[in-house]
Ligand binder design. Structure first.
Ligand code: ZN
Length: 327
């Protein structure tokens, strides 16, 4: 009997050890980023220049008016994010804006209100004079950092805003399913969010599909998360789709296939630029890394996207980091 107990204990210990080892290994192994084609740099004199700064941060500039999605630069480590409180880092934000070569912005537009999209946006607004644009949840992120209401603009699904020659249309979209989220429930930030706070306090709020129009080119579509509402983009046309792919590698193939059809085929896109594939616990001043396998599998996502892009004659190109490219 005692011997049996000892074997059971040893067996359980071995299981725990195997589990811990698996988590540790998968938290450190990542898919390679090699072998994917990149967009070419913007040609001299390009009317529209776009710069990518990791996650879903994109700077759109026509030489007269610049605006950006998200403006997320703090990138606290994933271990810190999981176990401790986080807050915007003004120095990282300043450095990020400098590396994008921008000091004035018309607007900063979080694609939804999770911390990796909305946490830094109020400070970006303060440092650049931008209007913070988004759902009530996003505005509560602004209020928590003392951004006055006059510097914020709440938008509703279907609304259109103009900044210089840019027109932004805000369409309700959906977030990629998350492991611990309740299906069909969209959590919101209902009071000013004062950092430092745990990352989960930056609740989703409205997830947007943003149609970006400019007289100098075809419409573009920014999808900051790999979710979709069936038929939600009915009637939208876009030449280029910035496709948030974070978490897609853990979704079943049937989901991914419908996601492609709803996000790319439905809008008649000619080019897809995957975004939100980088490990945002790593800094921006080194080459980006893909999420570790514990969180996502970019290799799976890209295998599917590559096949469907070839089938549907859509160009699939990774964004350049910080270097301007044309849409
Ligand atoms: Zn999110």
């Amino acid at each position: 009997m005692r011997r049996l107990l000892r074997w059971i204990t040893l067996g359980l210990l071995a299981l725990v050890l195997a589990g811990v080892t698996y988590v540790w290994v998968q938290a450190n192994r990542r898919p390679s980023l090699e072998g994917y084609a990149q967009v070419p740099p913007a040609p001299a004199g390009a009317a529209i220049r776009i710069r990518y700064a990791g996650v879903a941060t994109l700077l759109f500039d026509d030489g007269q008016t610049a605006w950006m999605t998200d403006g997320f630069f703090t990138r606290p480590s994933l271990a810190r994010t999981a176990f401790l409180q986080i807050e915007p880092d003004p120095a990282a934000i300043e450095a990020g804006l400098r590396s994008l070569g921008v000091d004035r912005l018309a607007a900063v537009v979080p694609v939804h209100s999770h911390y990796d999209h909305a946490m830094d946006a109020p400070l970006v607004a303060m440092q650049t004079g931008a209007l913070l644009v988004g759902s009530e949840s996003t505005l509560n992120v602004g209020r928590g950092l003392g951004l006055p209401d006059a510097r914020m603009r709440r938008v509703q699904p279907g609304e259109q805003l103009r900044f210089g020659r840019w027109t932004l249309t805000f369409i309700a979209s959906s977030h990629v399913p998350l492991p611990f989220a309740r299906a069909g429930v969209v959590e919101t930030i209902d009071a000013p969010l004062v950092p430092p706070a745990h990352s989960l306090k930056w609740r989703e709020g409205q997830t947007w599909a943003i149609v970006v129009e400019h007289p100098a080119g075809a419409p573009m579509l920014v999808l900051g998360s790999a979710g979709f509402i069936p038929g939600g983009l009915q009637g939208v046309q876009a030449g280029t789709v910035f496709l948030g792919v974070g978490g897609a590698g853990k979704q079943p193939p049937a989901y991914l296939s419908q996601w492609w059809d709803e996000s790319v085929k439905r809008v008649g896109a000619k080019r897809v630029i995957p975004i939100h594939w980088d490990d945002f616990g790593e800094p921006l001043d080194k080459p980006l890394l893909a999420f570790p396998y514990l969180i996502d599998d970019l290799g799976v996502t890209m295998k599917h996207l590559t096949a469907w892009a070839a089938r549907d004659r859509v160009e699939l190109k990774m964004p350049l980091l910080l270097t301007p490219f044309a849409p």
